[in-house]
Write a protein that binds this ligand. Structure first.
Ligand code: ATP
Length: 226
């Protein structure tokens, strides 16, 4: 993984799309989103909860509850935005459709990047219309502690063709490059681990915002194992 990249451009111009199940949102997601605004010239991060997860089993909380937890978590951060576009769309949540819709909102010239953890990036070749993703956006791949499995040949080829070279910037083009990043305070936490703690009646404090934890208790979420 590349080292932390210093923020260089004067005018923030990059738009980020950070999709996920967010079941629930946690400090792993939040630190990544926030730190990207500190190391790259980002003007907005769209956090997009998915309606029907295309690559995994159904989440435990409803779409509305997941969006509400996300909005509680980011309320004080002006560059982070809870985006409900996948919840308003019928059918499965394909990232390619979400990127196409953001591209339509921002126009052809807007530098746009999709954010992925390394674990999610490894599965990219099997995604719906995966070859279209890099036509619509850049991809920023974040190191995820504890999830550093080796890439398959197809993923290596993608990196070979698209990885950002020294001296290049994501802002120089609207789409098509891959940037690997290791953020300073990335840490090993997952929503699965949080759900497991809660189902076992153990504390999940300090892994996610207090407001989100309060909401989980109020709504009696994640009380049983799935
Ligand atoms: P689950 O355990 O339910 O699979 P998760 O914690 O992996 O959930 P998701 O909502 O599935 O969270 O993840 C959305 C995106 O955030 C994915 O690209 C994932 O790789 C990334 N991500 C999640 N947790 C971290 C973390 N601690 N550090 C870096 N990236 C993360």
């Amino acid at each position: 993984m590349d080292k932390y990249v210093a923020k260089t451009a004067k005018t923030p111009s990059l738009v980020l799309m950070f999709g996920g199940t967010f079941d629930p949102i946690h400090h792993g997601h939040l630190r990544c989103a926030l730190e990207l605004t500190q190391v790259l010239p980002v003007k907005k991060v769209h956090l997009v909860p998915c309606q029907l997860p295309a690559h995994r089993s159904q989440p435990s909380a409803t779409a509305e509850q997941r969006l509400e937890m996300l909005n509680l978590a980011i309320a004080a951060e002006p560059l982070l935005y809870g985006d409900d576009r996948e919840l308003l769309r019928a059918g499965p949540s394909w990232s390619v459709d979400t990127l196409a819709s953001l591209r339509q909102d921002y126009g052809e010239q807007q530098p746009l990047a999709m954010l992925l953890g390394w674990d999610a990036f490894l599965g990219l070749p099997s995604w719906s219309r995966s070859e279209r993703l890099l036509e619509l956006a850049h991809i920023i791949v974040l190191a995820r502690p504890g999830q550093m499995h080796e890439p398959a040949e197809e993923v290596l080829q993608l990196l070979d063709k698209h990885e950002l070279q020294a001296g290049e910037s994501l802002n120089a083009s609207p789409a098509g490059r891959i940037l690997r990043l290791s953020l300073p305070s990335s840490f090993e936490v997952s929503a699965t681990y949080i759900r497991r703690l809660l189902a076992n009646k153990q504390s999940a404090r300090y892994l996610l915002p207090e407001q989100v934890l309060d909401f989980i208790h109020q709504q009696q979420l994640y009380q049983s194992k799935h």
